[in-house]
Design a protein around this ligand. Structure first.
Ligand SMILES: NC(=O)c1ccc[n+]([C@@H]2O[C@H](COP(=O)([O-])OP(=O)(O)OC[C@H]3O[C@@H](n4cnc5c(N)ncnc54)[C@H](O)[C@@H]3O)[C@@H](O)[C@H]2O)c1
Length: 293
């Protein structure tokens, strides 16, 4: 039977986890926000405060609604604090071992009927489900970045996901005012299967000296009508996440066309992960972004 979701636990308070927390709270749900680092929860709450303040200043949300939404989000220091939730959404770093460790440690704190979801961009839902005690109540709920702005959420069923889990998740997404699509459980699902190889190709284009950062981004913005250039978008997503998705495509589909560009690997090895570390294909430390190549 489908369940009505009113209390949501979120694991990982980074750019995605904080965005998911905000939209859930704005839709009237209670949110418990967890991260392995307490400082990241605080930082996530600051991001939410700034985002809500922006909505109020633009007139898209009134002051009282913003305050109510913010008050619905509470920090969860341990997995035990997530025990009363109807749904857990894992939005931690895109690393399979990290996610498996979380699921293994999490499940004993949850009620049997609690649904568990992952926001992974690319990793097999069926494989992650196997790290839980409830593969039938496990699903991929893949939000897009930035969560408060983007309309789409991909739902991905693992091999064991029950219909009730899918229906509950679909109703939950509708409650958030967003649109869901259904994708089969293949590496990187639909959006990233198409988007990330395009970004990786843009990085090869830079690597081979076909164009500069500025030329490549301008070409795709004005020549293909993309709202953002692919290198700007890569910085926005996070270069570690981009690399991880390409690795999942390369390993999972065993086709050389998905080989991650060595320049992407180099940026990640340097710790230049894009906007979140203030440096990637652009340097964000000054008043305007400056290309790094
Ligand atoms: N960035 C995007 O554009 C985007 C879009 C859709 C989905 N995603 C997916 O969302 C997830 C999170 O991505 P992000 O961009 O928010 O990353 P991020 O680096 O901004 O945040 C990740 C957070 O996870 C926390 N974390 C790591 N290990 C943890 C653990 N064991 N327990 C609790 N917290 C832990 C980190 O401290 C960090 O705060 C990834 O799976 C990513 O693929 C990202």
């Amino acid at each position: 039977m489908a369940i009505d979701i009113t209390r949501v636990g979120i694991i990982g308070a980074g750019q995605m986890g904080s965005g998911i927390a905000q939209v859930c709270a704005a839709a009237g749900l209670d949110v418990h926000l967890n991260d392995r680092e307490a400082a990241r929860i605080e930082a996530g709450l600051d991001v939410i405060d700034a985002s809500l303040a922006k909505l109020v200043s633009k007139g898209s949300m009134d002051e009282a609604a913003s305050r109510e939404a913010r008050n619905r989000i509470v920090p969860a220091r341990t997995f035990a604090d997530l025990g009363g939730c109807d749904l857990i959404i894992e939005a931690a770093t895109e690393n399979e071992a990290t996610k498996r460790e979380i699921f293994t440690a999490l499940c004993s704190s949850l009620r049997p009927e609690t649904l568990v979801a992952t926001n992974t961009s690319s990793i097999s839902i069926t494989r992650l489900a196997a790290a839980t005690d409830r593969p039938e109540r496990f699903i991929g709920i893949h939000f897009m970045n930035p969560v408060p702005v983007m309309q789409l959420v991909e739902l991905i069923r693992g091999i064991a996901t029950e219909d009730a889990t899918y229906e509950s998740s679909k109703a939950f997404i509708a409650k958030l005012g967003k649109t869901s699509t259904m994708s089969e459980d293949f590496p990187a699902f639909i959006v990233n299967r198409i988007l990330l190889p395009m970004i990786n190709e843009a990085i090869y284009t830079l690597y081979e000296g076909v164009g500069s950062v500025e030329s490549i981004d301008t070409a795709m913005r004005l020549g293909a009508n993309h709202p953002m250039g692919p290198l700007q978008l890569a910085d926005f997503i996070g270069l570690d996440t981009c690399l991880s998705v390409m690795q999942v495509l390369y390993d999972g589909l065993a086709d050389s066309k998905y080989r991650p560009c060595p320049l992407l690997v180099k940026y990640v090895e340097a710790g230049w992960l894009g906007r979140k570390t203030k440096r990637g294909f652009y340097d964000y430390r000054g008043p305007t972004p400056v290309p790094t190549r």
